[in-house]
Ligand binder design. Structure first.
Ligand code: FPP
Length: 257
């Protein structure tokens, strides 16, 4: 069989460029959320420690954030650490906390340069002090940025977020001597995503098809996109692929077309 001429090979970069050229930028999702899954399997397949899978996953975070900003998305929300993740071995939890800290330390300048505003979602007050401080520092340093809103869910659980918001809503009403008067709009302003639009598209890697307690209230009408690709292998071309198909989705919000 004749060898394929190198000139005919389609590189991943060329494939990405072709996909990007096809994107109708006026119909892009505004807010994309991502469940970054498969770091452990990626590491195990290479006989590495699970922490090394998470470390490789940070490269995917960098590439995806850069790509989201370049595509002109308004918001990108990444699920980095759930309330349930504390059940993992202490050394894995420590490795994850270190990676978050190191990422923020190294990337804050880059985020500012690209006008990316950072926010952490979840029970941030329960995180180790050094992580909390780094989160506060990066949030403050990027607060003026008007480009992509980058949200990282840390110590986050969707049910806990709803319960926390309900409790806070009732507490405030009682403090003001009035009966809590709940509606969806006012309630969502008590969630950690306050001010953000609901996600239009939720990406989950590694072939899993679960919501895993992520953005439960906010995902009522979110479109799902899943890939077998493990998170450490996820790159901008995968984000482009997910986003390219989005304008074809017909969203009815329970009504008729
Ligand atoms: C799920 O894979 C992934 C996580 C629990 C952590 C994700 C964190 C990062 C990518 C790094 C830090 C993030 C930032 C924003 C700097 P898993 O371990 O559950 O994989 P498995 O299902 O294959 O075991």
């Amino acid at each position: 069989m004749p060898a394929i001429s190198p000139a005919l090979e389609v590189t991943p970069e060329a494939a990405t460029a072709a996909l990007l050229a096809r994107i109708d930028r006026t119909r892009l999702p505004v807010h994309v959320a991502v469940i970054m899954d498969g770091n452990g399997r990626w590491a195990e397949a290479r006989r590495l420690e699970r922490g090394e899978g998470h470390a490789a996953g940070v490269e995917s975070v960098r590439d995806t954030v850069e790509a989201a900003a370049a595509l002109g998305l308004s918001a990108l929300t990444l699920f980095a650490f759930s309330l349930e993740n504390w059940r993992r071995p202490a050394e894995e939890v420590e490795a994850l906390m270190d990676l978050v800290k190191r990422y923020l330390k190294l990337e804050t300048g880059n985020l500012i340069a690209n006008s990316i505003r950072f926010r952490a979602l979840g029970r941030v007050h329960e995180l180790p002090r050094d992580v909390r401080e780094m989160v506060a520092e990066t949030s403050a340093a990027t607060a003026h940025c008007t480009g992509l809103a980058m949200n990282v869910a840390l110590n986050y659980g969707g049910r806990a977020e709803i319960v926390d918001a309900a409790r806070e809503f009732a507490r405030r009403a009682l403090a003001e001597g009035r009966v809590p008067d709940l509606d969806e709009g006012a309630f969502s302003e008590h969630l950690s995503t306050r001010g953000l639009p609901d996600p239009d598209l939720l990406i989950r890697t590694s072939g899993e098809m679960r919501l895993s307690n992520f953005l439960l209230f906010q995902s009522a009408y979110t479109e799902f996109w899943t890939t077998e690709t493990l998170w450490p292998d996820f790159r901008r071309r995968h984000l482009s692929e997910a986003v390219v198909g989005f304008p074809r989705r017909i969203r009815r919000y329970g009504g008729l077309r």
